[in-house]
Write a protein that binds this ligand. Structure first.
Ligand SMILES: *Cc1c(COP(=O)(O)O)cnc(C)c1O
Length: 388
């Protein structure tokens, strides 16, 4: 089956004589057993029956199996948030004294967590630009344990040559982890390129409707799945069944939504690039994007995240986010509606021009999560809010 078909057909837990087409919500925290040995076994392993919903739950499991198949992995762990997934994989894989190689263009929460691990547990981190796979070998030490990447990186849509970087990580014997939130398994399946662990903030495209917080880890092999599952269970990272159910519902329309996100982003990228008050546009599908050629190599489309820079700097960015009427000023992304942020006046307002530049952000940079509306309506909204 092709990914778009696979996304629709969710494995439904079976009833004795019939089968519901949709996955029911098993709103249960506790499960009874007839046999004490079976109960003991279920406490030890993620697949020996349901015992307690912090360990496993039938609705959550249906989603985990579905995500594992979509990403081409053997198993998955669904968590209460994307950061729950990131915490579980970092805490279960790293020990004091370990060294991590991570891309410098990275989700802010991941960056904060890595810095925290460095300060409190002596985990060392080297940040690489992600322009040349040789950066990996150059950064490797005897203590290096993990290579951490993002398929399309937050916030400025940097795209590393994923197959080449993963090959370099594997050659050095590292555990390779890829945050695939922006690309989704519809555009890229990092396990096919050699990733050990793929993770998502399901809050974004997988859920897709700005109504659920969740995260996921998908594993290329069973042993690592069991180890990380054990730690996720100890950390209490488990998601509740309703969040899993909303995410299942979201994933079934992911192929349709992604097609529209990508098509709309293509329209906006072209028109923004031609606008006199726009200095540059970064959307991986746009020929002007610094990683466009690299992205063409392993992405089947280029996603709904787009960044552009206004000539008028901080003031122009601020005025634009105030001037839009249809698009919403909001930090999260990946929903059906267009949202945007101007980092220099919001998330990054404490940074001066130099510090912003180091983070790859300009004073006039606007980050857009392009929704699935009619692209003409979004463009009309942008056009009336752009400086003349
Ligand atoms: C939002 C986000 C996360 C964190 O996910 P939460 O669900 O907010 O915990 C991680 N990675 C990326 C790329 C994100 O955009």
């Amino acid at each position: 089956m092709r990914p778009s078909t696979r996304a629709v057909h969710v494995p439904v837990p079976t009833l004795p004589n019939s089968r519901s087409i949709s996955v029911p919500i098993y709103q249960a925290s506790n499960f009874a057993f007839d046999d004490p040995d079976a109960l003991a076994e279920a406490l030890e392993s993620p697949d020996s029956g349901f015992v307690y919903s912090r360990y496993a739950n039938p609705t959550v499991r249906a989603l985990e199996d579905h995500l594992a198949r979509l990403e081409g992995g053997v198993a998955a762990v669904f968590t209460a948030s994307g950061m729950g997934a990131i915490s579980a994989v970092l805490m279960s894989t790293l020990r004091s004294g370990d060294h991590v190689i991570a891309q410098s263009c990275l989700y802010g929460g991941t960056y904060a967590m890595l810095n925290d691990l460095a300060a409190r547990f002596g985990v060392d981190v080297t940040y690489i630009a992600g322009d040349d796979p040789a950066e990996v070998a150059a950064a490797v030490r005897p203590s290096t344990r993990m290579l951490y990447l993002e398929t399309i990186a937050n916030p400025v849509t940097k795209v590393v040559d994923l197959p080449a970087f993963l090959a370099a990580g594997r050659a050095a014997g590292l555990v390779t982890v890829v945050d695939n939130t922006f690309a989704t398994p519809l555009l890229c399946r990092p396990i096919e390129h050699g990733a050990d662990v793929v993770l998502h903030s399901a809050t974004k495209y997988l859920g897709g409707h700005s109504d659920v917080t969740g995260g996921a880890l998908v594993f290329a092999e069973d042993q690592r799945y069991r180890e990380v599952w054990h730690h996720a269970m100890e950390l209490g990272a488990a998601a509740d069944p309703f969040a899993a159910w909303l995410t299942i519902r979201g994933v079934q329309t992911l192929p349709l939504r992604m097609r529209q996100h990508c098509a709309n982003a293509a329209v906006l990228a072209e028109r923004l690039a031609a606008h006199p008050s726009v200095v540059s546009v970064r959307w991986p599908g746009h020929p002007g994007h610094p990683d466009h050629e690299v992205a063409r190599g392993h992405l089947s489309d280029f996603g709904g995240m787009l960044v552009f820079d206004l000539a008028g700097g901080r003031e122009a960015g601020y005025a634009f986010t105030k001037g839009v009427r249809l698009a919403k000023l909001a930090v999260s992304l990946g929903g059906v509606e267009t949202t945007l942020v101007h980092p220099a006046s919001s998330s990054h307002r404490q940074l001066d021009a130099d510090a912003l530049l180091a983070a790859g952000i300009g004073e006039g940079t606007v980050r857009v999560s392009v929704g699935i509306e009619d692209a003409e309506d979004v463009w009309e909204d942008f056009a009336q809010a752009l400086p003349l």
